[in-house]
Design a protein around this ligand. Structure first.
Ligand code: NAG
Ligand code: CA
Length: 227
């Protein structure tokens, strides 16, 4: 483990082993297809979210539907969901309603996405590889529940469960962040470029997580920006 800052804790409510770790230059590898593996991320917003931004980077050759980020509350399993139903579409859910962002088919490289939402206007932004797609709107006036199970690898159809393995993620995930603000365009680009970022509810450089099943943390094989 060397310099790895890792400690273990058993959390009340969910039996299992949790790590808090700086995952700089590391990835989660979900090895099987379909997969029953998942990673639970620990973050507890102190109050309902009226603004948020979620960003992550993925590397996969899946063409079937798959979940990238699943944030479920007891009242709504699709409270926040980033889902890729097919190679040319991302679907972004807030409070169970969704908007679709069409994207060019990936050239088989890492893809960086950020999705943000603002309650006051209902404006949803979707950034792909540091560039915004045309903005859309949903759930104006809504508040995202703070008590949530946040998960990578599976799409929740119930609070912490209800998985369909044919919506699971297979491949590599990295640079996962969640902020309780809408990031400015500069910060959206900074996230894509892996530059310095504002303090976050979930940050890749100090991620509290618990893995279940066939998912492992590995060093990156190369720089994600293709340099
Ligand atoms: C949400 O964002 C809007 C627009 O930036 C801002 O006016 C508002 O104060 C923010 N609300 C919260 C609770 O952060
Ligand atoms: Ca669901």
């Amino acid at each position: 483990m060397g310099s790895l800052r890792l400690w273990l804790a058993v959390l009340a409510g969910l039996s299992g082993v949790t790590a808090q770790e700086d995952l700089y230059r590391k990835v989660f590898v979900f090895r099987t297809d379909p997969s029953d593996a998942y990673v639970v991320l620990r973050a507890k917003p102190e109050q309902p979210l009226l603004n948020f931004t979620v960003c992550l980077r993925s590397y996969t050759d899946l063409t079937r539907p798959h979940s990238l980020f699943s944030y479920a509350t007891k009242a709504q399993d699709n409270e926040i969901l980033l889902f890729k139903p097919k190679p040319t579409e991302y679907r972004f859910y807030v409070g169970g309603k969704s908007v679709t962002f069409r994207v060019p088919e990936s050239r088989g490289d890492w893809e960086h996405v950020c999705a943000s939402w603002e309650s006051a206007t209902g404006i949803a932004e979707f950034w792909l590889n540091g560039k915004p797609r045309p903005r859309k709107g949903l759930q104006r006036g809504y508040a995202v529940g703070a008590e949530a199970v946040i998960m990578l690898g599976q799409e929740q159809d119930a609070f912490g469960g209800g998985f369909d393995v044919y919506n699971s993620f297979t491949g590599e995930l990295a640079d996962v962040h969640l902020w309780d603000v809408g990031l400015s365009p500069d910060k959206m680009r900074a996230a894509y470029q892996s530059l310095r970022l504002p303090p976050a509810l979930l940050a890749w450089r100090s991620l509290s997580y618990e893995t279940k099943g066939d998912v492992v943390v590995k060093p990156r094989l190369r720089e994600v920006l293709g340099r």
